[in-house]
Design a protein around this ligand. Structure first.
Ligand SMILES: *[C@@H]1O[C@H](CO)[C@@H](O)[C@H](O)[C@H]1NC(C)=O
Ligand SMILES: *[C@@H]1O[C@H](CO)[C@@H](O)[C@H](O)[C@H]1NC(C)=O
Ligand SMILES: *[C@@H]1O[C@H](CO)[C@@H](O)[C@H](O)[C@H]1NC(C)=O
Length: 165
């Protein structure tokens, strides 16, 4: 697996995890927004324009996915190219309009796309591109677990401040 595939797989896995957290009714994205939002100082990130850009990437991805048999929508092998170009598109276009990538708005857009295509996929059903070697598994799992821990912490903190305010 090359680094690109690894990055895509990580984003995909995190997306599905975040997706299930959000589906469970926790507003992780909102919490993440307050925790992680950091605007570029000079270039202003216009969220209206950013959303339009993301929708452009999403439309492209939808067209690409239409040519993939829905039975294979949980098998990353069948659409890794399409997913990779979607992921690259969000990154490139967000940077082009002066926004950070990833950022909360992009994340919530990616989650929307995930809901649309992968709502029936679970991590167990997501098929790895190659059976990863042990080192690879660890390399993938560390950032995924870190992200999960971060989300859990943010959600826990926001719940705690809700209770005490
Ligand atoms: C963002 O861009 C839109 C469309 O060009 C514009 O109407 C809006 O005023 C801009 N918002 C900010 C905060 O600059
Ligand atoms: C995923 O797709 C690949 C390529 O067609 C195939 O070899 C593999 O068996 C598929 N896995 C599942 C679980 O469908
Ligand atoms: C998920 O499963 C439901 C029920 O089987 C089906 O109606 C829906 O179209 C599926 N969604 C996706 C994105 O495959």
């Amino acid at each position: 697996m090359d680094t690109n595939a690894l990055r895509v797989l990580k984003l995909f896995a995190v997306g599905i995890l975040v997706n299930s957290v959000v589906t469970n009714g926790l507003s992780a994205t909102e919490s993440l927004e307050t925790a992680f939002t950091q605007r570029p100082r000079e270039m202003v990130c216009n969220e209206t324009i950013l959303l339009l850009e993301m929708e452009g990437c999403g439309d492209h991805f939808k067209t690409d996915m239409a040519s993939v048999d829905p039975r294979h929508w949980c098998n990353l092998t069948h659409f890794i190219k399409e997913y990779n170009s979607f992921s690259d598109c969000t990154e490139r276009n967000a940077m082009d309009v002066g926004c950070f990538w990833p950022n909360p708005l992009v994340e919530s857009y990616i989650i929307r796309i995930h809901k649309q295509f992968f709502s029936n996929c679970t991590l167990e059903r997501v098929v790895l591109v190659d059976p990863p070697e042990d080192t690879l598994t660890i390399l993938i799992l560390i950032p995924v677990l870190l992200t999960l821990a971060m989300i859990a912490l943010v959600v826990w903190c926001s719940k705690r401040s809700d209770t005490f305010s």
